[in-house]
Structure formats: structure tokens, C-alpha cells
Design a protein around this ligand. Structure first.
Ligand code: SF4
Ligand code: SF4
Length: 469
């Protein structure tokens, strides 16, 4: 059981926050889960009502309360649209921490979170092993969008498509960096994040290349750990605090002007959840978390607001490609970043942005929600895929998020299998041609000449180009 002091403090904070909900039910209209199930227990109002009696229920049926709470994508749609400003995400995260603190972690989660995730070196070794042997258990599902699926029948994986582990993770390509401020006069710390490091190292590489291109100095310390989101969303404050401390020790906020990340989930975790949940009783943690959170920016935000956009050259806009854009929940609803990625797209005369219906509707992944409630996750993802198709665009892009990217690809893939196969041939061509250099911000004297043809769709704007036919 977690420390009674911590549990009591969290319970006190919860009690205060729960009183704000007016039970108006406005959250029903925006909850992607409720729109699939129609169950009051699935929407924020139902969960908050349940938590109102948490103290009593925790002793009666803690497992039942936890299970009902875990039926949630943590997408933040309810919080972003609540007229009373209820801190729904904060309440859910604290409630999970209280319940896990009371019940303890399941053996499987203990093994994954405390045995692997909380030790970056062990995590790296296990991922390296997984990368080497993954072909025994998985096989390519779609070569063009680079997804895999299970080779044998697997109850855990089912018929999911997922992005395999990269052969060489980013930390093996570039273990660390500490370059001088270039022409921009800015120095950033680059927090890579687990998914970019282990599954999308080319995106991390492109971020480094673009920062260098614009004369931005980069501090990238060795041995970066997970941001802690998988741990805290399971209520594991022990692993979460260990990871926060680990990262605080290697990222000294005095060494850089901004900390940039290219994963929406990592950004919102560092900026919002670290200050909310990291060990408040330690002055060291509190002050360093505050300093880092204040300097943390999403890469789109950084490029648009700190480096600056260049006006497109006239005459470059003949036959622009129509693209549509998906807002990841953690970027728009948690951090309010939605204009900057659009500014980047709009600044490129080669592309025309067409909005899809409900561009900020959740993709349905929700981290472990996808593992526990696979059918629901798929149904929610299918709605997203239909919205993308409804945009009529030949290409879709989404700001990379650790949580939504895999489900997004999967949903589109499943929809495609049920519709038209002819567009497959074009995907790679589209991806390779989606040169984003011209939607880059204003050039500054950097030390790295970019080869425009080598910048892929999964880069800078951190988009995934998918030809939807
Ligand atoms: S969480 Fe907000 S929107 Fe939902 S019932 Fe409570 S006050 Fe209304
Ligand atoms: S976070 Fe998302 S899934 Fe969870 S209750 Fe709120 S709107 Fe529904």
C-alpha cells in the first residue's frame, strides 16, 4: 500500500474538486466512449458521481471502482467542454493513484512498470531484444504504411496492426548531443520520448536535423527515461516519481531556453502532470519540475512562435495537394495547441488544408484502454477513419502523439481493407513526396543543409501521410 500520507492528501484534494461538478450532463455530448455505449457510467458525470462516494466504496469494492474508472480514454474532451471547469483529468488521475495505492498493482503491471519502465537501461535492453526477435512473433501487415500484426493467434494482440520496434533505436544512432547556440541564438533540450526512440527514430532524427538547420543549439542528454504517463495512468505513483526524478537529474533547466518534444503525450505529461502529481513534499522536485514545465513546448509551437514562419513565395501554389489534419487530444484539449500545426500546413503553398468533421475527435486508443477494451477502441477509431475519408482529401496528417498514432494508422488500415485497395500503390510515393521543408519556419543560419527530398511525412510537422484514395 502506498504511503497513507500521500493517500490522505490526494483524498482531500479530490473531495474539494468533486464538489465543482453540477451534474449538468454536458459532457455526454463530447465523450467518444459515451457515444458508443450510451452508458451513464462511462461518461464523466457518472464517474464523478461514483467517486463522490469513493471513501466508502474504496473499502467495499475498490476493484469495481477501478474497473469503472479505467473505462476511459483520458482524452480530456469532457474537461475541455465542461461549463463548470471541473478538472476531470486531474480527478481521474488522482483517483487512479488512490485506488492503486490502496490495492497495489497487478503482478503484470508491476513487472512492466516497476521492473522495466522505471529503469531506462533495462527498458532499452528489453526493447533491443524485442526488436531483434519480433519477427518470430509478428509479421508485416502492410508494407506501405509499415505496420505489423501477430504471426500466431494471440489473445493479447488480436488482429491489431501496430508499428514494429525499429531496428536501431534513436539513442543508438545519437546517444547524446550538446551543440552551441547557432544563428537563432536559441538552445533547446530535446526530450525524445519512448515511441520516437524505439519505433519512430526517423522522426527524432528529422527533428534534430531541422533544429540544426535553423541554427538552434541542442542539448540531448544520454539515458532519457519515459515521461511516466503509462505509470501514472495506471495509478503507479512509485514508478512515476522515479521517472520524473530520473529525468530531472539529466535535464537541468538552466542549460537550455526551451524543452521541446515531438510527442503530444510527452509534452502534456511534462507540462501538466508532472506539476500535478510529482512528489510535492520534495522542494528539489517541486522547483525543478516547475522550471522545466514552464519551458516545455510542443515542437510545432516552438517552430511557429520562437523561430517564425516564412511567407510562402508566390507562384508555388499550383495544383496544391488537399490534406486534412487530426488534432491529438493531448495537444489540443490539454495544451490548447491547434493553430500552430495548421499555420505550418497553410504556410506551404504545395498543400491546401481541408478540415475533416470533428478534427479533434479522439482516435480511440487511450493507451492501455486499447488493450483492455479493444472492441470499443476500434469502434471509436473507425469513426475517426470515416471522418478522414469524408474530408475527401488525398492525404491526411496528424501531429504525432504517442497515444494516437498507432490507432490512427490501424483504423485507417481497417477501413481501407473494407473499401478500396487501389490506393495502396500510391502511399509510399505520397509519403516520400510530402516534402515539408517549405512549411518550415523562416530559415536561420544553421549548420545543417536540409535535403528536402529526404524529409519524410513522418517528420517535422510530425505527420503521417496516408493516401486515402
Ligand atoms: S463534469 Fe462538467 S459537464 Fe460533466 S456533468 Fe459535471 S459539470 Fe457538467
Ligand atoms: S476523458 Fe474522454 S473518454 Fe473519459 S470520460 Fe472524459 S470524454 Fe469520456
Amino acid at each position: 500500500m502506498a504511503g497513507m500520507k500521500m493517500l490522505t492528501e490526494l483524498m482531500g484534494e479530490l473531495e474539494h474538486q468533486l464538489g465543482v461538478c453540477m451534474r449538468c450532463g454536458m459532457c455526454q455530448a463530447v465523450c467518444p466512449l459515451f457515444s458508443e455505449t450510451g452508458l451513464e457510467a462511462d461518461v464523466a458525470r457518472g464517474k464523478l458521481a461514483l467517486l463522490d462516494g469513493l471513501l466508502q466504496e474504496m473499502f467495499n469494492d475498490p476493484k469495481g471502482v477501478y474497473e469503472r474508472l479505467s473505462r476511459c480514454l483520458l482524452c480530456g474532451s469532457c474537461a475541455a467542454n465542461c461549463p463548470s471547469g471541473v478538472s476531470v483529468m486531474e480527478i481521474f488521475i488522482k483517483a487512479r493513484a488512490i485506488l492503486t495505492g490502496f490495492m497495489g498493482l497487478s503482478p503484470a503491471k508491476k513487472l512492466i512498470l516497476r521492473g522495466m519502465l522505471s529503469h531506462p537501461e533495462i527498458f532499452d535492453r528489453i526493447a533491443a531484444w524485442g526488436s531483434k526477435f519480433q519477427k518470430i512473433f509478428t509479421r508485416p501487415a502492410n508494407e506501405l504504411i509499415g505496420t505489423s500484426c501477430a504471426r500466431f493467434v494471440s489473445p493479447l494482440i488480436g488482429n491489431r496492426h501496430f508499428t514494429p520496434l525499429a531496428k536501431t533505436p534513436f539513442h543508438r544512432r545519437i546517444p547524446s548531443l550538446n551543440t552551441n547556440r547557432g544563428g537563432s541564438g536559441i538552445k533547446v533540450a530535446f526530450y525524445v520520448g519512448c515511441l520516437l526512440d524505439k519505433s519512430f527514430p526517423h522522426i527524432a532524427q528529422d527533428v534534430v536535423d531541422v533544429l540544426r538547420h535553423h541554427g538552434v543549439g541542442i542539448f540531448m542528454p544520454k539515458g532519457q527515461g519515459c515521461c511516466g504517463m503509462p505509470a501514472i495512468s495506471s495509478g503507479d505513483t512509485v514508478t512515476f516519481n522515479r521517472l520524473v526524478r530520473h529525468n530531472l537529474e539529466i535535464f537541468d533547466a538552466e542549460k537550455f531556453d526551451y524543452l521541446v518534444t515531438s510527442c503530444a503525450t510527452c509534452t502534456s505529461t511534462i507540462k501538466e502532470i508532472w506539476p500535478m502529481m510529482a512528489d510535492k513534499n520534495s522542494g528539489y522536485v517541486k522547483s525543478r519540475v516547475a522550471a522545466i514545465a514552464q519551458k516545455t513546448l510542443d515542437i510545432n509551437q516552438f517552430l511557429v512562435s520562437k523561430v517564425g514562419l516564412e511567407k510562402p513565395e508566390a507562384g508555388d501554389g499550383a495544383n496544391p495537394v488537399d490534406v486534412t489534419y487530426h488534432d491529438p487530444c493531448h495537444l489540443k484539449k490539454s495544451l490548447g495547441v491547434s493553430a500552430e500545426p495548421r499555420s505550418l500546413i497553410n504556410a506551404n503553398p504545395a498543400y491546401r488544408l481541408i478540415e475533416m468533421p470533428e478534427s479533434d475527435r479522439c482516435c480511440g486508443l487511450g493507451g492501455s484502454f486499447n488493450l483492455e477494451y479493444y472492441d470499443l477502441s476500434t469502434r471509436i477509431g473507425n469513426v475517426k477513419a470515416d471522418h478522414i475519408r469524408a474530408s475527401g482529401c488525398s492525404m491526411s496528417c496528424h501531429r504525432m502523439s504517442g497515444l494516437c498514432a498507432p490507432n490512427f494508422r490501424y483504423a485507417v488500415q481497417v477501413r481501407r481493407e473494407n473499401t478500396d485497395q487501389t490506393s495502396h500503390r500510391n502511399i509510399r510515393r505520397v509519403v516520400e513526396k510530402f516534402g515539408l521543408t517549405r512549411i518550415f519556419p523562416k530559415e536561420r543560419p544553421g549548420d545543417f543543409p536540409l535535403d528536402k527530398d529526404k524529409i519524410s511525412t513522418d517528420s517535422i510537422l510530425l505527420t503521417t501521410g496516408i493516401n486515402l484514395g
